[in-house]
Design a binder for this molecule. Structure first.
Ligand code: AMP
Ligand code: MG
Length: 321
């Protein structure tokens, strides 16, 4: 099993030296746990892909302390970037920009652009500071699976990596992957919705193009099936739950807003009605539902599609394909 360690000063120093020496460390961010390596180290990035079993074309996000460090990986930092960073950094917004030549090509799937974000989680920040350089990281799950929002999720997910150090950072408070905004094209475009919503982005930079969700080429990681439990998942409207459960011969797990719609012996996993709380709980709930080993996970469809619910609906759709 990998080792979960307390994120004290000594372990952060140790983690930083592992990364500086070309190794890989799992660490918490406010969105999800990441699997980090030196942004400028080609071999280290390849190791991240191996551990994750991630397709080599799917780029990592470079995590930086601030704007100054972002400029070490990206070029074309203009007034829009500056405004966005002032409004949302540190926080769950990733910007896609033309890359500097020093960025390890393997860490960005050989692309001409790089995704960069400044996380707010104190452990992530202390780690980047201790490394003194950007850390490239995808979510610390096996490719296509549910992102980890607790250190134990990483431990279970990457159980066959005995030497991996996992810095303990509690439950991720955002719980959904960052919003990815592509600024390398003529019109800024959301490639992946997140808790920084399109409206929030528009209030800062005005124009943002409609996101493309299915089969888009701009953001290679956004395959239709993603963030998925092993158990088949299905989304149902509140009014259809009863009918759907009647056709289930065995008890199934249901992510629902209220236990009232889930008659025993089916297992209700109660979801919060507040979108921030829902987002924070979602991946843990899906993992829990998965661990029950039933034939089906039913998910009650949230009625709202606006704000953070848009990102939640996106993740639910991908979990249930
Ligand atoms: P993960 O950290 O696992 O959520 O993966 C990072 C995601 O950021 C990728 O799956 C892509 O969707 C997106 N991304 C990273 N770099 C780029 C890039 N250069 N261009 C477009 N999307 C990117
Ligand atoms: Mg991921």
């Amino acid at each position: 099993m990998p080792k979960i360690v307390k994120a004290d000063a000594a372990n952060i120093r140790k983690a930083a030296s592992i990364i500086r020496d070309g190794g890989v460390v799992a660490f918490p961010t406010e969105t999800v746990y990441g699997l980090g390596c030196d942004t400028f180290n080609e071999r280290a990035a390849l190791d991240v892909y191996r551990i994750k079993r991630r397709p080599s074309s799917n780029p990592l996000i470079a995590h930086v302390l601030d704007v100054q460090m972002a400029k070490r990986v990206a070029i074309g930092w203009d007034v829009r970037c500056q405004r966005l960073a002032e409004a949302f950094w540190p926080g769950p917004l990733t910007l896609v920009l033309p890359r500097r030549a020093e960025v390890a090509p393997s860490s960005i799937g050989g692309r001409s652009t790089v995704a960069v974000r400044s996380p707010s989680h104190p452990v992530a920040r202390q780690l980047i500071e201790a490394v003194g350089s950007p850390i490239s990281a995808p979510s610390a799950n096996r490719s296509g699976r549910i992102s980890p929002t607790k250190a134990e999720h990483v431990e279970l997910e990457l159980a066959d990596e005995p030497d991996l150090m996992i810095l303990e950072g509690g439950t991720c408070t955002v719980g959904l992957e960052s919003t990815v905004l592509d600024l390398s094209r003529s019109r800024p475009m959301v490639l992946r919705p997140g808790s920084v919503t399109k409206d929030m982005l528009m209030s800062v930079i005005g124009d943002v193009a409609e996101p493309l969700f299915v089969g888009q080429s701009g953001s290679p990681g956004t395959h239709l099936r993603h963030y998925a439990p092993r158990t088949r998942a299905e989304i149902v409207d509140t009014s259809g739950i009863d009918h759907r459960l009647m056709s289930c011969p065995e008890p199934v797990a249901v992510l629902a807003f209220s236990a009232d719609v889930v008659p025993p012996p089916h297992v209700a996993i109660i979801m919060p009605s507040d979108p921030r709380e829902y987002a924070m709980k979602l991946y843990d709930a899906l993992r829990h539902a998965d661990s029950l080993d039933r034939s089906l996970i039913l998910i009650e469809r949230p009625k709202d599609k606006t704000g953070i619910w848009e990102a939640i609906q996106d993740r639910l759709r991908r979990a249930a394909v």
